[in-house]
Design a protein around this ligand. Structure first.
Ligand code: AMP
Ligand code: MG
Length: 484
């Protein structure tokens, strides 16, 4: 094989102490066939696959043919899953390397679904095609929405069956991430009660993600602060577009602030703060409105891990950490209010803004209207007719909004621009995602590529045929399943 892909691997995580990872190769698969290759992402990464034929590409993206100098590993981590602490780790993923681009950005290249590891517990280490394609669509959609996320570089069918409730085609997703270090990674190391290892992880993370903290007086406190800010920004972005992650366990919260681990996630259509899609989330722990609450809860678990590094005096360390965690609500509210102001094209701050925003949300909830399309309506976008927008209460609310807009101290053009940059016209509508997945599973990739193309530019007007802008079935009926 002509090896001019331009992989530029540096395996810094591999060099960490043994306890951090298992050295392992992806388990070879029988009959791989490439289904998707993300050419624009490849280009962004300065990778060149143009000289490889289908069969070579299939071998590359399963690990059947590994690059030379590849020190692949499975990472160890733990996590609170639905509130319960468990030792986990990459049970079906292998990190083949950290690729550095020409502009010196480092990305983990990981195969998800690549076979058993020391962390597989009772799992088979494999992934089914449907969930891997789903992760591909939603993660690329998040990128289009300009929300920090892991990316998807390729999907290959393994030619093997995986047994779930039925027998399904197996697949491997190539995932690209700033890193795969999670809150759960800190939990794993902290649980081992070796302070020197914890210090290694702290320094590693600062070096890799937050190098300007290198000379901080108290690195652990500063890291907690910055991760808190990043996670608030992330969850505010999710709330902005109606994204529901579905399984916000601490092992699914990335230290880099990217959205990670797309399992039973989906976008809310009809506005209802209690919306839950995941079939396993019986109590609504990860419902839309609970996402900020859970973000804080997860950050508190992160803070607990850092305590030994914050101060020698444990009481003091706990006190410092608690102060930061308790700053969450105020910071969140401020950022959330600003985000909602942006959605409404409002500049400056007025005391009554919060009521204006909450009244709109209450009205949307009461009338069961579509979240995304309500903002489209406010931007005078052509969307499917909805008589609700002729409702007296809504018209009255719009008058209040217009009054408030007149205090913008800016131009209508700028306000419209602000709205356009914050309100997507297109989100991955559940019925469209399902349609694309069903077709792809039958080897028809047309609907899949169509939805990907639309979601690449979700803030742009696009002439499209088909129901890409309306909620279809009732959200109550739509159920998602964990991506295993
Ligand atoms: P997830 O739900 O994908 O976030 O995974 C939670 C944990 O279960 C992680 O440690 C995964 O590596 C592990 N896991 C999920 N599916 C499998 C599988 N099919 N085989 C082995 N481990 C798995
Ligand atoms: Mg996970």
């Amino acid at each position: 094989m002509k090896n001019n892909i331009n992989w530029n691997f540096d395996n810094t995580y591999f060099k960490l102490p043994e306890s951090f990872r298992e050295i392992i190769k992806p388990v070879k698969v029988k009959n791989p066939s490439l289904i998707l290759l993300n050419k624009s992402l490849a280009k962004y990464l300065d990778l060149d696959f143009s000289n490889l034929n289908q069969s070579e590409l299939s071998a590359v993206f399963t690990g059947n043919k590994l690059p030379k100098d590849c020190n692949s590993i499975a990472q160890a981590y733990a996590g609170h899953q639905f509130g319960h602490f468990t030792m986990l780790g990459d049970g079906r993923a292998v990190l083949i390397g950290e690729h550095t681009t020409k502009s010196n950005k480092k990305y983990d290249i990981q195969f998800k679904g690549s076979g058993k590891t020391a962390f597989s517990r009772n799992g088979d280490g494999r992934a089914a095609l449907g969930p891997m394609l789903r992760e591909y669509i939603i993660s690329e959609a998040m990128n289009g929405l300009k929300i920090p996320t892991t990316r998807s570089l390729a999907v290959v069918k393994t030619g093997e069956e995986v047994i779930r409730e039925t027998s399904l085609p197996g697949a491997i997703l190539t995932r690209v991430a700033s890193s795969h270090i999670r809150v759960g990674t800190f939990q794993y190391i902290a649980a081992r009660k070796k302070k020197d290892e914890l210090k290694v992880l702290l320094d590693y993370v600062i070096n890799r993600h937050y190098p300007n903290l290198k000379n901080s007086q108290n690195k652990a406190i500063e890291l907690l602060n910055i991760v808190l800010e990043k996670q608030i920004d992330l969850v505010v972005d999710w709330m902005r577009v109606g994204f529901i992650h579905g399984v916000m366990n601490t092992d699914n919260m990335s230290i880099s602030g990217e959205t990670i681990d797309y399992g039973p996630c989906a976008f809310m259509d009809i506005y209802d703060p209690k919306t839950v899609f995941s079939s396993i989330d019986q109590t609504g722990r990860y419902a839309y409105c609970n996402q900020p609450v859970i973000t804080k809860w997860n950050l508190a678990r992160f803070a607990e891990c850092l305590v030994p590094l914050i101060n020698k005096d444990q009481d003091k360390a706990v006190q410092f950490a608690t102060e930061i965690i308790n700053s969450f609500e105020k910071k969140y509210e401020k950022k959330w209010l600003n985000m909602m102001r942006n959605k409404l094209g409002l500049f400056g701050t007025e005391e009554k803004d919060k009521f204006l925003i909450l009244d709109l949300l209450t009205w949307m909830h009461h009338k069961k209207v579509d979240y995304t399309n309500t903002f489209c309506h406010l931007m005078n976008e052509k969307i499917k007719e909805d008589k609700n927008y002729e409702d007296k209460d809504f018209i009255n609310w719009k008058k209040r909004w217009e009054d408030r807009s007149s205090k913008n101290n800016s131009t209508l053009k700028k306000s419209t621009e602000l709205m356009r940059n914050n309100n997507p016209l297109f989100i991955p509508r559940n019925h469209k995602v399902e349609e694309a997945l069903e077709a792809a599973e039958q080897n028809d990739l047309k609907p899949f590529n169509k939805i990907l193309e639309i979601l690449e530019k979700p803030y742009n007007e696009q002439e499209v045929n088909g129901d890409y802008q309306s909620p279809s079935m009732s959200d109550k009926e739509y159920k998602t399943f964990c991506g295993t």
